[in-house]
Design a protein around this ligand. Structure first.
Ligand code: NDP
Length: 489
């Protein structure tokens, strides 16, 4: 044992540290008792409603609309009218002004959005405050910059907007997914009908307030709420494009529905990313990257580094460090600024995680969970590591979408590539090594849309994001993210 290893063994595990809680105040958010659909710049009284809750406490937050087919059609008609009666003819520089306004208002109201996002979705306030909300504003700023430069972005191709874009988003990054979809659509001159996920509608409904504040013309952005039935009705409606982020299963159903209709489609679906750690990697940083890769947002991340591939020679050291690090993660109240891992988004998602974790144990993997006191109410899952995982196990193949890591090992770069690519998905991957040449070689061979080197879960509006294989097609972010909202001559 080296001197360093001996010291590390003796380093105290701060498991006994008692922090005071540091709760963010909820007062900044004013919830209405009941929300309608936002159609043509007005609140449309919904025919049916349901209750949206806080997954951390199961406390009801508000009544929101469950859009009927008729209400979906009204929203698409409002978007069509807005497209034909002004928005599509507006100069790019004018469209840009609205996008800049939206971005600035999001920044001004950042704390309000962050608190609401954590309240309705269960994610730690640290993440909604430092990631979701600033990145959402950054997407509007970025695409505002392109709105009057489409001819330069796509020279000699005469870009034209498509018309009405139907957009369906999931519950893991409610405001950020809205920004990823709405900002490029508007910059390209389209109008929008957006459906947030059933469990997390509130930040999208607060965003309607921002649209009014920015004086965006009525009908340019319409927001309808409800479960999958509302999404299915939007897919069938008279839109020109569907942009969908969610499960591979629903993505496939949407593709079948749209086949032969001529409507454009982009799909951002699931993932089972490999986070590959070579033996020359800076191990402490890599362990931070592993933790960030899988426990960020409770692992409710399509590009989560859910499969850890560790080179055999550093396996034990990595797992030791990882287990010690896990003992320091704080799980609990999403509104506490000390919290690292918040609540699972819904009862249904918790059951899915539990079912897959049970399958991992049954198939023979070894489970590690740090000692952890979970709140009594709400939906929670302890950060979990599975070792001794075979490639064929369900926990190595299926998207768990929770704070659960499956660890596999490799000996050579070839074996790492083979194992990393051995899934139906191809959304993202991570590579940890000191060698630049190895990073480039791995990036060439990994079948993933996004590859991070010596970091993980980094997002930037200028950088395209999207997948291969069952992770979908089309890109969001960057110039690539504009093209799916344009027609070319
Ligand atoms: P879904 O794919 O069902 O949800 C994504 C969005 O699509 C939601 O707005 C949803 O509405 C809507 N939707 C559901 N059914 C239809 C339909 N038939 N037609 C059109 N829209 C529809 O994901 P789930 O929330 O059910 O999560 C299930 C699993 O999917 C997760 O465990 C995870 O593995 C994966 N997932 C992946 C995501 C990603 O980013 N890649 C994001 C979310 C989930 P509603 O909210 O009412 O269901």
């Amino acid at each position: 044992m080296t001197e360093l290893e001996r010291k590390q063994d003796q380093a105290p595990i701060p498991v006994g540290w008692e922090y005071e809680t540091a709760p963010e105040s909820r007062d900044i958010v004013t919830l209405r008792e009941r929300y309608g659909h936002f159609v043509g710049g007005e609140w449309l009284e919904p025919k049916e409603t349901y209750t949206t809750i806080s997954p951390a406490t199961e406390e009801p937050l508000a009544e929101v609309g469950q859009a009927t087919e008729e209400e979906v059609q009204l929203s698409v008609q409002a978007a069509r009218d807005a497209f034909e009666n002004g928005w599509s003819a507006l100069a790019g520089a004018e469209r840009a002004k609205y996008l800049y306004r939206i971005a600035r208002i999001l920044q001004e109201r950042a704390r309000e959005f962050a608190v609401l996002e954590s309240l309705n979705g269960g994610k730690p306030i640290r993440e909604s405050r430092d990631v979701d909300v600033p990145l959402s504003a950054a997407h509007f700023f970025y695409y505002a910059g392109w709105a009057d430069k489409l001819e330069y972005a796509f020279p000699n191709r005469k870009p034209k907007p498509l018309g009405v874009a139907g957009q369906i988003i999931p519950w893991n990054f409610p405001l950020l997914m809205l920004a990823w979809k709405v900002a490029p659509a508007l910059a390209a001159g389209n109008t929008v009908v957006l459906k947030p996920a059933e469990t997390t509608p509130l930040s999208a409904l607060l965003f309607c307030d921002v649209l009014r504040q920015a004086e965006l013309p009525a009908g340019v952005v319409n927001i309808i709420t409800g479960d999958g039935r509302a999404g299915a009705a939007l897919v069938k409606s008279d839109v020109d494009k569907i942009a969908f982020t969610g499960s591979t299963e629903v993505g496939k159903a949407i593709k079948r529905e749209l086949a032969g209709t001529g409507k454009k489609l982009t799909l951002e679906l699931g993932g089972k990313a490999a986070n590959v750690i070579f033996d020359d990697a800076a191990l402490d940083q890599a362990v931070e990257g592993i933790v960030n890769g899988i426990y960020f947002n409770q692992g409710h991340v399509c590009c989560a580094g859910s499969r850890l591939l560790v080179q055999e020679s550093i396996y034990e050291a990595t797992i030791d460090k990882l287990k010690r690090r896990l003992q320091t993660l704080r799980v609990g109240d999403p509104l506490d600024k000390n919290t690292d891992v918040g609540a699972i988004n819904s009862q249904a998602q918790l059951e899915k995680i539990q079912e897959l974790v049970a399958s991992g144990k049954e198939e023979g993997a070894e489970i590690y969970q740090p000692p952890c006191r979970l709140p009594e109410k709400g939906y929670w899952f302890v950060p979990t590591v599975f070792t001794n995982v075979a490639q064929s196990y369900r926990i190595a193949q299926e998207e768990i979408f929770g704070p659960v890591l499956s660890v596999l090992t490799f000996r050579t770069p070839d074996e790492a590539v083979e194992k990393a690519n051995n899934t139906p998905y191809g959304l993202s991957a991570g590579v940890w090594t000191e060698k630049g040449s190895r990073i480039l070689a791995m990036a060439q061979r990994l079948k993933a849309g996004v590859i991070w080197a010596n970091t993980y879960n980094r997002f930037d509006p200028t950088s395209p994001f999207g997948g291969y294989k069952e992770s979908g097609f089309g890109r969001e972010g960057g110039l690539h993210g504009l093209a799916p909202y344009l027609d070319f001559e």
